[in-house]
Design a protein around this ligand. Structure first.
Ligand code: 13P
Length: 290
C-alpha cells in the first residue's frame, strides 16, 4: 500500500536525514527505483512530472502501474507517489487518480497572492483525501533553451506565510537549479536556508535540483533542515550511459540482443545502483519502517 509523504518526512526532519524523491519516466524507471528502495530498506518518494505523466498516457496509468508494482514486488518500505511541479489543475487530477502526494508549483502563477490563494484551497482538498502537499516559494532555476539561471533564493517571510497555510513540506530556492550545474555556480546559499528554517520551524524543506550538488553541500543542507532531495537528471544520465555501452559493445546485434527486455536492462540496473548510492548519501538507507 502506498502512503503519503508527511510522516516519512517528519521522521526524516527529526532524525536529520533526507528522503530521496526520484522521478520516474516509465515502467523500467519505476521498477528500478522501487527495487533500490527495497534493497536499501529506505523510505521512497517516487515522483512524476506533468510531462512524464503525459508521456505515460496520463496520471491514472502511472498511479495504477505504481500501485500494482508495489503490491507485485512485495515492497515492504513506505512509498509515496508524488506529483512533481504540478499546476493547480494537475494537483486535482492526481489526487483523483490515486497519487498520495502532490506538489503545487505556485511559481508558475502571475503573483504571490495567486500562489497563496491556491495553496489555501489545495491544503483543504489534499488533506481531505489524506494526500500530502508540497508548495513552492520563489522559483527554482535551470537550463531552458540553452540559458541557465543561477537559481533564485526564496524570501523567508513568504516561506513563513505559505508554511502557515498548513502545507506538509516546502520547496524553497537556496541557489539550487534543475539539471546540470554550470561551472561558475556559486553553491548553495546556507545563510538563506538558515533564515528560512528559522521562520518555518520543523516544517520539512525540499531541495530541488539534487543532481550535481557536491555531497558535502547536500549533507550540510540536510543537517540544516532539508528532508526531501529531488533527483531526476542523475538517473537519466546513468540510464543513457549504460544503454549506450550496451549498443556500442554491439550487444543489440548479438543473438536476441535486440529484445527490449535485454536492451533496457543495463540502464535499469544503473538506475537502481545510482538510487541506492544516493539513498546512502542522504542517510535514508535502513530507515524504512514497515
Ligand atoms: P535534477 O534533474 O536537477 O536532479 O532536479 C530534479 C528535480 O528537482 C525535480 O523536481
Amino acid at each position: 500500500m502506498l502512503v503519503n509523504a508527511t510522516a516519512m518526512l517528519q521522521k526524516a526532519e527529526a532524525g536529520h536525514y533526507g528522503v530521496g524523491a526520484f522521478n520516474e519516466n516509465n515502467l523500467e524507471w519505476a521498477h528500478a527505483i522501487l527495487t533500490a528502495a527495497e534493497e536499501a530498506q529506505s523510505p521512497l518518494i517516487m515522483q512524476c512530472s506533468m510531462g512524464a505523466g503525459k508521456y505515460q498516457t496520463g496520471y491514472k496509468t502511472v498511479s495504477a502501474m505504481v500501485h500494482a508494482m508495489v503490491e507485485a514486488l512485495n515492497i515492504t518500505v513506505p512509498v509515496a507517489l508524488h506529483l512533481d511541479h504540478g499546476s493547480y489543475d494537475a494537483c486535482l487530477e492526481c489526487i483523483d487518480a490515486g497519487f498520495t502526494s502532490v506538489m503545487y508549483d505556485g511559481s508558475q502563477e502571475a503573483d504571490f497572492e495567486t500562489n497563496l490563494a491556491n495553496t489555501k484551497k489545495l491544503v483543504k482538498i489534499a488533506h481531505n483525501k489524506g494526500v500530502s502537499l508540497e508548495c513552492e516559494v520563489g522559483s527554482i532555476g535551470g537550463t531552458e533553451d540553452g540559458i541557465t539561471g543561477m537559481g533564485e533564493c526564496a524570501d523567508p517571510k513568504e516561506c513563513k506565510i505559505i508554511a502557515d497555510c498548513g502545507i506538509d513540506f516546502l520547496a524553497c530556492g537556496i541557489g539550487n537549479i534543475h539539471g546540470l550545474y554550470p561551472a561558475d555556480w556559486k553553491g548553495l546559499q546556507f545563510d538563506v536556508l538558515a533564515n528560512i528554517k528559522k521562520e518555518v520551524g520543523d516544517l520539512p524543506l525540499v531541495l530541488h535540483g539534487g543532481t550535481g550538488i557536491p555531497a558535502d553541500q547536500v549533507k550540510k543542507a540536510i543537517s540544516m533542515g532539508v528532508s526531501k532531495v529531488n533527483v531526476n537528471t542523475d538517473l537519466q544520465v546513468v540510464f543513457a550511459e549504460a544503454t549506450r555501452g550496451y549498443v556500442e559493445a554491439g550487444k543489440d546485434k548479438a543473438e536476441k540482443g535486440f529484445d527490449p527486455r535485454k536492451e533496457l536492462k543495463p540502464g535499469a540496473e544503473a538506475i537502481t545502483a545510482k538510487t541506492k548510492e544516493l539513498m546512502e548519501e542522504f542517510g535514508s538507507t535502513g530507515k524504512g519502517w514497515n
